[in-house]
Design a binder for this molecule. Structure first.
Ligand code: HEC
Length: 418
């Protein structure tokens, strides 16, 4: 848990938040609003299930020793988008108060008397659009009706995540002097986003060789190296022959993963790339789906609670906390549009705020990022008073908002759009 400091602001303000007093009208933290997917398995056999979101659940023949030989029902609930997150009423806040971004939550349960064998827990593979090396696994714990997220484990494919993190470090140490850190712009050297994706993608063995000795390859007449040189000379890429094959592989694994995770190879994105056939330096255009690989977070679960695949958000900008004034009592939530993050504001004096005390006048949030303020009154008799306000995080975040009346159906359909 590095970089604690930038989060202190958030920590203070949500310490109260994780007590979840502000219960959601969607289900009071009984996320019954999230559809149950029911499966039947034979408890005496090794079985793999695939949920709607593509999560794979593996049970071994001895996962439920008390149900040996029986056919049992397995129920699964999962939230993999913001709409479901809102409906579930489960804020993404850790029990120490820090904001967590969720890569997905899942709950797997059967009859309570069928306890899970700790020697043979349920193994989960949760699909992800690229992997975030900082992901950890949290489990929900209910304490006197209050829900807390507690650290459970690192993903079991942690080695892969560590390797991606090494790649990120090696890339920023050796490459970002000339290649854009964000991967998506030409600077001294070309944009490296999607270098192994789409038209004219570079083979991995070529990339390794080129990274070690690009000038030598040009001298030796490698077509592609010559084409790159024709366009970029006199800028020279230094030799990285002091890096091992493993390290160079880690760099390109990082670039591949990051291109996927940040949607850099999707429709509308173009990057210039030398075409070895004609030695043109031309734009390649991406179609909708260029990645064929599926990335997974692997972890084990041995209880029937919600499990969250999360990482801590460490924002650097210091801003004033959100204060929202609404004309009647209600529930007020903030959703970070760029992240799977959703949490309640608290009633404080004449408004709702992220900060519980007057002395808390700054928090760490991503300045300029889009957020949505949702507010609604509790009545559900056909009509709802509702606010959906889109804004950006500013230095000061004081808002005065007015309700609109909409029907329950409209309300539900708006939520499902998130
Ligand atoms: C001092 C500047 C500099 C540094 C540092 C640098 N590069 Fe380059 N890179 C270039 C230039 C310039 C080119 C274009 C070819 C040329 O002029 O040699 C290039 C080209 C490339 C290409 C070819 C892209 C294509 O379209 O085929 C790859 C891949 C690449 N660099 C990877 C890396 C990696 C990985 C690192 C870090 C380990 C790195 N570069 C560090 C300057 C640099």
């Amino acid at each position: 848990m590095k970089k604690l400091l930038p989060c202190i602001g958030i920590a203070l303000m949500i310490v109260q938040g994780c007590k979840l007093e502000t219960q959601s009208s969607f289900g009071e933290f009984n996320p019954g609003n999230i559809a149950k997917q029911v499966f039947k398995i034979n408890a005496g056999e090794d079985t793999t299930l695939s949920t709607k979101s593509g999560t794979l659940l593996k049970f071994c023949s001895n996962t439920f020793p008390d149900a040996a030989g029986k056919e049992i029902e397995i129920s699964v609930q999962e939230t993999t988008n913001k709409g479901d997150l809102i409906r579930s009423g489960i804020p993404t806040v850790a029990s120490d108060g820090r904001l967590l971004e969720s890569a997905g939550m899942i709950r797997v349960f059967t009859r309570p008397e069928f306890s899970i064998n700790p020697d043979c827990p349920i193994t989960v593979k949760m699909p992800a659009q690229g992997l975030n090396p900082e992901i950890k696994i949290f489990t929900a714990d209910f304490d006197g009706g209050e829900m807390h997220w507690n650290f459970l484990s690192s993903p079991s494919n942690e080695n892969l995540l560590v390797s991606l993190q090494n790649g990120a470090n090696l890339f920023s140490k050796n490459c970002t002097a000339c290649h854009s850190k964000e991967l998506d712009r030409d600077v001294t050297g070309p944009a490296l986003a999607c270098i192994e994706v789409g038209e004219n993608k570079r083979p991995r063995d070529w990339l390794i060789k080129y990274t070690k000795k690009s000038q030598q390859m040009t001298k030796d007449g490698d077509t592609l190296a010559l084409c790159n040189w024709a366009y970029y000379k006199p800028n020279v890429m230094p030799d990285f022959d002091f890096l091992s094959d493993l390290e160079i592989n880690q760099i390109y694994d990082y670039i591949y993963n990051e291109s996927y995770r940040r949607n850099l190879c999707t429709a509308g994105k173009t990057y210039a790339r030398a075409d070895p056939k004609e030695c043109n330096y031309s734009a390649i255009v991406f179609n909708e789906n260029n990645f064929i690989d599926t990335f997974y977070y692997d972890f084990k679960i041995n209880n029937n609670q919600w499990i969250n695949c999360d990482y801590f958000l460490n924002f650097k900008d210091v801003v004033s906390p959100f204060v929202v004034k609404i004309p009647e009592d209600g529930e007020v939530y903030v959703i970070f549009d760029n992240y799977m993050v959703y949490f309640p504001l608290f009633k404080y004096q004449n408004g709702y705020t992220m900060a519980r005390t007057a002395s808390m006048n700054s928090v760490n949030l991503p300045l300029g990022d889009p957020v949505i303020i949702l507010a609604f009154t509790k009545e559900k008799n056909g009509k709802r008073k509702y606010i959906e306000h889109h804004t950006k995080i500013k230095k000061k975040n004081d808002l005065n908002l007015q309700f609109k009346t909409i029907t329950e159906t409209e309300f539900q359909s708006r939520i499902s759009k998130f």
